[in-house]
Design a protein around this ligand. Structure first.
Ligand SMILES: Cc1cc2nc3c(=O)[nH]c(=O)nc-3n(C[C@H](O)[C@H](O)[C@H](O)COP(=O)(O)OP(=O)(O)OC[C@H]3O[C@@H](n4cnc5c(N)ncnc54)[C@H](O)[C@@H]3O)c2cc1C
Length: 336
């Protein structure tokens, strides 16, 4: 097996996050001589965190300028680490930070980059990656002859490395801080309980357009719908997905759920999240939507219509019922 460089940036507290540990897990499992390259404001704690991973070298680019997510500094640090390590294979988490910087680094090194890898393995002694194409319909196994080969691994596909921490000897790689135009002044993120997209949640709740349609009493109950959905999310700590029809409605001036944006959309033109369980509510289950459920292991749906799309082999369990009634009862059970 060829030599491998695992590139990782530290989090705000100086540790390595789950995506970095997943990339490390993939690198260790691939075999070959492993070097770790760290980037951050401080890096010793991160190196100690993974001291037992079997790496032959721990390299680091350290300094305040490298603690911030910014193309110029991230690319300069990663390029320097790749040159010093001299490894043929470079593996990193597909974080927004690395996804922005590493394609440019691969170009500077005369190598190649592949993004959205879902796994790495040795095929006839050479590394190969798996990734999906055409909105997760086809899985390919890819190998390349160009080196260095930079691979960005998608989150949630590989078990994170879990080993004992220790005391790592870190070799500092000096990098001249490049001229920068971007100053990072801080982060704006929603309050934790307003954040409805939770990739690590065990459960996905999908809301469909039915929540905002006229119900059996001839009236729309969007306000109650929003209360039921948010109540369930809060109690179950689930992630919130939506059908396209529901998130598109805001543009049509119809009743909308204010907790949803296009970021919540699941499907062919939306996202393909990974959760252990999924519950679809008031959503018809059409193919362009259900294709986004590919990596949801157990699928259940609530729909008034016994002939809806979910009934045609797309859900493990279909409850033919009124989602308002069901979710009222489910929330009451969770409360009790
Ligand atoms: C190129 C292309 C790409 C697309 N990409 C996507 C995509 O990425 N994601 C996506 O979602 N769609 C996508 N679509 C659209 C998709 O085909 C469907 O139109 C959409 O998913 C329908 O949304 P829906 O099921 O929420 O709404 P509807 O089809 O209006 O279904 C509403 C459902 O709610 C049920 N219902 C109503 N009231 C209740 C109640 N009280 N209790 C229980 N059930 C109730 C009804 O029986 C009905 O089945 C795409 C379409 C195309 C052409």
């Amino acid at each position: 097996m060829e030599s491998i460089l695992l590139l990782a940036h530290t989090e705000a507290d100086g540790s390595l996050g789950k995506p970095a540990l997943e990339a490390l897990g993939a690198a260790v499992a691939l075999g070959g001589t492993l070097t770790v390259g760290l980037v951050g404001a401080t890096t010793q704690a991160a190196a100690d965190q993974i001291a037992g991973c079997g790496a032959v070298r721990f390299l680091a680019v350290t300094g305040d300028a490298f603690g911030q997510s910014r193309y110029a500094t991230d690319a300069a640090a990663a390029e320097a680490l790749c040159r010093v390590a001299g490894c043929q294979i470079v593996i990193a988490a597909g974080s927004s930070r690395w996804a922005r910087a590493l394609p440019g680094v691969a170009f500077r090194l005369g190598g190649r980059v592949d993004t959205h890898a879902t796994g790495l393995s040795a095929v006839n002694g050479a590394p190969a990656l798996t990734r999906w194409f055409y909105r997760q319909r086809m899985e390919a196994v890819l190998a390349r002859t160009q080196r260095p080969w930079v691979v960005l691994l998608d989150g949630g596909c590989v078990a994170p490395w879990a080993g004992t921490p220790g005391a790592a000897v870190v070799e500092e790689v000096r990098v001249e801080v490049p001229a920068t135009r971007t100053t990072v002044t801080g982060y704006r993120v929603p309050e934790a309980d307003q954040q409805t997209i939770r990739p690590d949640a065990k459960m996905l709740l999908v809301a469909g357009a039915g929540w905002t349609k006229k119900q059996s009493d001839g009236a729309v109950h969007a306000g109650e719908a929003e209360g039921l959905i948010l109540g369930f999310l809060r109690r179950a700590q689930a992630s919130l997905g939506s059908s396209k029809s529901l998130v598109d409605q805001s543009g049509e001036g119809e009743a909308v759920l204010s907790c949803l944006t296009h970021m919540n959309q699941i499907g062919q033109t939306g996202s393909t999240p990974r959760h252990a369980k999924g519950l679809s509510t008031c959503c018809h289950g059409e193919e362009p939507h259900v294709v986004g459920w590919r990596f949801v292991n157990q699928r259940r749906a609530i729909n008034l219509d016994a002939g809806c799309g979910w009934a045609r082999g797309k859900a493990d369990v279909l409850y033919v019922a009124d989602a308002f009634e069901v979710m009222r009862a489910v929330n009451a059970l969770l409360e009790g």
